[in-house]
Design a protein. Structure first.
Length: 286
């Protein structure tokens, strides 16, 4: 191997190692931040996850991707009377994982007239304690390439297998950050993105956000100590300066996870208003 070629190979290895190292370094602070917020929390169902769908829906477990030889199952829900392809939604779980409460939200979204795939970024694991959830968040952040592949296959599943006529994404907390990541993975293809208090908004530069073409709905709590109002306002300002179609809403008297399907931080009035905003947004753009 020539000296020049050897240097190029070594430079490539260094850059890959550096990228993996940087990505992994996000894991601990983000997981620790969430652990501090949820240290007394439990994955109990909230009121938003107990509402029945508007119309009858049908559901099934579907294997939409294989990662490292392991098949990953998502939860697929659609209207019972679906006779032709419908708009699709990727639902991304909060830090507890793809539990029964996220499945309930998939059914509720399907009841609005969509086909919904609730993805699983934890490979079948579900957390029962904040400590378990924190560890799972770290594992995803330390192997974010696998999570991106997971999301990409989920998108392809809706488009290719289910012929979704358009695709949006929604996520809460950990899933809110991944809703934004999904938008960045599919900046031209995705038709709408809903971000419920995704903490990673603060890490995105205008250059990264410039590729986005879909309408964005961002939902945040004014009392969320983990995502200061300045961070939310900066995110909104960046999108506005980039001429992006975005609506960023901050709810008073609401903290982090105020509309989560699981947990003890639910704020009914704010959560119900946010759900109305969400369904109106999805109806307009999907």
């Amino acid at each position: 191997m020539s000296n020049l070629r050897q240097r190029l190979v070594l430079a490539g290895v260094f850059l890959i190692t550096l990228l993996v190292s940087v990505r992994a370094s996000w894991a601990k602070p983000d997981a620790d931040r969430l652990l501090a917020l949820h240290r007394h929390d439990r994955p109990t169902p909230t009121a938003i996850a107990l509402v029945e769908p508007k119309i009858p829906v049908t559901t099934e477990a579907v294997e939409y991707v294989t990662i490292d030889g392991q098949g990953i199952e998502g939860y697929y829900a659609r209207p019972e009377n679906m006779s032709e392809p419908l708009p699709g939604i990727l639902a991304i779980h909060e830090w507890w994982g793809l539990n029964e409460n996220i499945e309930a939200m998939a059914r509720r979204l399907a009841g609005e007239g969509y086909q919904v795939l609730a993805v699983d970024l934890y490979g079948g694991q579900v957390a029962d304690t904040p400590q378990q959830a924190s560890q799972l968040v770290k594992e995803v952040a330390q192997n974010s390439f696998a999570a991106e592949a997971n999301i990409s296959k989920a998108y392809n599943y809706l488009v290719e297998e289910k012929q979704a006529t358009s695709v949006g994404t929604i996520g809460w907390c950990f899933g809110g950050s991944w809703s934004l990541e999904t938008a960045l993975l599919f900046p031209q293809e995705l038709d709408a993105a809903v971000i419920y208090y995704g903490g990673q908004i603060g890490t995105k530069t205008p250059e990264e956000l410039s590729s986005l073409t879909m309408p964005i709905l961002g939902i945040f709590g004014a009392e969320d100590s983990s995502i200061p109002l300045e961070t939310v306002e900066k995110f909104a300002s960046n999108l506005e300066e980039l001429n992006k179609e975005a609506e960023i809403i901050t709810y008073e008297n609401a903290g982090h996870a105020f509309a989560n399907p699981s947990g003890d931080n639910y704020v009914a009035e704010a959560a119900e208003k946010a759900w109305q905003e969400t369904t109106e947004f999805l109806s307009e753009y999907l």
